[in-house]
Design a binder for this molecule. Structure first.
Ligand SMILES: NC(=O)c1ccc[n+]([C@@H]2O[C@H](COP(=O)([O-])OP(=O)(O)OC[C@H]3O[C@@H](n4cnc5c(N)ncnc54)[C@H](OP(=O)(O)O)[C@@H]3O)[C@@H](O)[C@H]2O)c1
Length: 276
């Protein structure tokens, strides 16, 4: 989308974004973003490491009655050369991208000292480094054109310390703080920035982190579709911080108004109760 329509105009258009680049579109929340944006008629650039998954998604989205254009960009976002290719695509003036969804990420669970420091460093590269550099590439191109949107996927884990997921929680604290500051800086230049902070969401995330939360009832879990839909609606409404799910909003609201010592103790008890 070019120009600087206000948020009201945006939410009233059926095709809100012209072309979106989504990282981590091969699974989970990123794949849900791709389907929802395709439903709105948004052309896509889908990014992840698993080309076969991206190809299957592209085949599905281009075989619809109202097909969209889908570009596949296979990239490992922890690899500098791959990341440079994605940044180059974001800056390419032909077929410009007016929405960046910085979604790719993963977590680790367990005592910090038991973690492989190399894997933790890779997590920092993907969850922070890639988000940071892609936001710069997209943000500068969008600000030059006078319009665009950036939706960064963080987590409610970023609002409190996360014992037994210390590094993951800290990466998401970065994403939330960074996004809120960018929203203030880029808003006047026509670029809307939102930060989506989901709680537990049914995807491949927990399996990859080798983690099965044991103590939480079903209502704590959301679907990837509901989470992605909340993110897109929040962005369209110009909301800087989007926490999907009433239970997550209550929990994060309580955490903000409770003394730090109590929050840390409760975080430790919850981590233990959930078998971390
Ligand atoms: N699920 C939850 O409970 C939850 C809660 C709060 C926040 N989140 C956040 O939501 C986002 C999406 O996670 P999800 O739940 O959808 O997990 P998921 O199902 O595991 O999907 C993660 C996506 O990230 C991609 N990815 C991971 N490492 C990558 C790398 N090095 N380079 C490129 N792509 C990479 C994966 O693609 P490839 O493997 O094909 O590369 C995949 O498409 C993450 O930022 C996560 O932190 C999830």
């Amino acid at each position: 989308m070019t120009g600087r329509p206000n948020q009201r105009d945006r939410s009233e258009q059926s095709r809100i974004w012209e072309r979106a680049l989504i990282t981590g579109a091969s699974a989970g929340i990123g794949e849900a973003f791709a389907r929802l944006l395709a439903d709105q008629g948004t052309d896509l650039v889908i990014v992840a490491r698993r080309t076969d998954r991206l190809e299957a998604l592209a085949d599905e989205l281009t075989a619809r009655p109202n097909p969209i254009q889908v570009e596949i960009l296979t990239a490992d976002l922890s690899d500098r050369d791959d990341l440079d290719r994605v940044m180059t695509r974001l800056r390419t003036p032909a077929q410009p991208i007016d929405l960046l969804v910085n979604n790719a990420g993963f977590g680790t669970v367990g005592d910090f000292l038991d973690q492989d420091p190399g894997r933790e460093a890779t997590m920092i590269d993907v969850n922070i480094g890639a988000v940071h550099r892609l936001a710069h590439a997209a943000g500068s191109a969008m600000a030059d054109r006078g319009g665009g949107g950036i939706l960064n996927v963080s987590s409610i884990a970023g609002f409190t310390p996360s014992p037994k997921s210390a590094t993951y929680g800290a990466t998401k604290a970065f994403v939330t703080s960074f996004s809120e500051a960018l929203a203030v800086e880029l808003g006047p230049r026509g670029v809307v920035v939102s930060c989506l902070c989901p709680g537990l969401t049914r995807t491949e995330f927990q399996e990859k982190a080798e983690y099965r939360p044991s103590a939480l009832p079903g209502f704590f879990w959301q679907s990837a579709e509901d989470v992605a839909a909340a993110g897109l609606a929040g962005l369209a409404a110009g909301r800087i911080r989007v926490v999907p799910g009433v239970h997550n909003r209550v929990a994060t609201g309580l955490a903000r108004t409770t003394p730090g010592g109590v929050v840390r103790r409760v975080s430790k008890l919850l981590a233990r109760a959930n078998g971390k």
